[in-house]
Design a protein around this ligand. Sequence first.
Ligand code: KG4
Ligand code: ZN
Length: 460
Amino acid sequence: MVTIISSLSCLTHLPKPLYTLLKPFKPRPQKPNFYSLIFSPKSLSTLSAHKYGDPLSYKQTTNHDLVILGIETSCDDTAAAVVRSNGDILSQVVSSQGDLLAKYGGVSPKMAEEAHSQVIDQVVQEALDKAKLIESDLSAVAVTIGPGLSLCLRVGVQKARKLAASYSLPIVNVHHMEAHALVARLTEREVQFPFIALLISGGHNILILARELGQYLQLGTTIDDAIGEAYDKTAKWLGLELRRSGGLAIEELARKGDAGSIKFKVPMKHHKDCNFSYAGLKTQVRLAIESKNIDAETPSSSASIEDQSSRADIAASFQRVAVLHLEEKCGRAIEWALEMEPSIKHLVVSGGVASNQYVRDRLDQVAKKKGLQLVCPPPSLCTDNGVMVAWTGIEHFRNGRFDPPPPLNELEDARLDLRPRWPLGEEYARGKSEARSLRTARMHPSLTSMIQASQRQEQT
Ligand code: KG4
Ligand code: ZN
């Protein structure tokens, strides 16, 4: 079932969108456009330099009102939202696959793809209806093209391209992790570049220095698992209810436990870098669960009092150490970033795990000690959502980075530009980890390197 999470403001009158102000446009290409469809080393200008009409008239209209539809299907949430360039969220719709998650104990790409396909039309329609708009009122469509599960990304990208082709709308290809970071600039207008971001989700654990829009330096990342994966597995092994997310289940159970009862080791204590590792902590947790004879098949609610209290102690002890690891690496990343950019004022923490109150409280202390202000989007904008995609679309569109409307005759099975493994920023030399370099096969060049390459191309 589709859940409307919120519709924060209502639209009574919409000024003419930018796109209509820019008409007449270049004629649409009749052949599939290689920039958008097929990844090749030359396709650097996706998300880069397509400008419609006269660039000057574009610049003169950049302050006009934009209304962008954002579509997100990179993992197990089908989400869409309509956002205005003044920051008004006109609608937000999320359909979550909680039942599948509970049934299979994790995300199964094929099932997730099917679930996205079943609801995508309805989710997008509800987002438009809630915003009291029709497709032709939109200025552009923004869609997540990576990183994520290819099968799932494809559903959102196909929907976005069909809609954009039918209504001659430009399209903005969005990086999922950039969207997690930039949505903080929607909710807290004082967050200016440069800032630091810790992005923590089910598949990613990255620390970045955000210098400008699209210019990110990766200070650290995980060499194996992300913290969200550790939360999810711990919840599964403890027999918790996964429907609303394993992370939330652990957060709630941890409140009843003693965080000092089990002495898990903090990962990577002796690595003086900003990288993360959660695989070892997962193993420690699994062994602790086995040693207490906890049976995941017995739901926590029907376990004995003693068993329930052991589960709570494990949840609390795990959470304490998992977050201590974040605190240590984040503290170091702030020091590194301030050496490079002393004007930084904000630490942004976003991604699904950032909706956790314990995580927020602990990282607030870290930020304060270093003289920074912590900014976390509200929980519904930390977990996957369409608002962050629409907002990132607005930020890039305003900077002239978008693709022309796809051709109407684009085939259903066209090779779409999907980027399942797509780093956000360039690696900071001090933060490089040899362990991780083994895992770089079949990765796209980072978003930042692609933008930089297209800027160089523009200058020549
Ligand atoms: O960003 P997100 O919604 O999807 C991905 O991009 O992965 O993050 C999902 C992750 C899951 O691992 C989920 O368990 C975790 O965020 N999560 C939480 C909480 N809510 C969601 N982790 C800890 N505490 C929470 N309250
Ligand atoms: Zn995410």
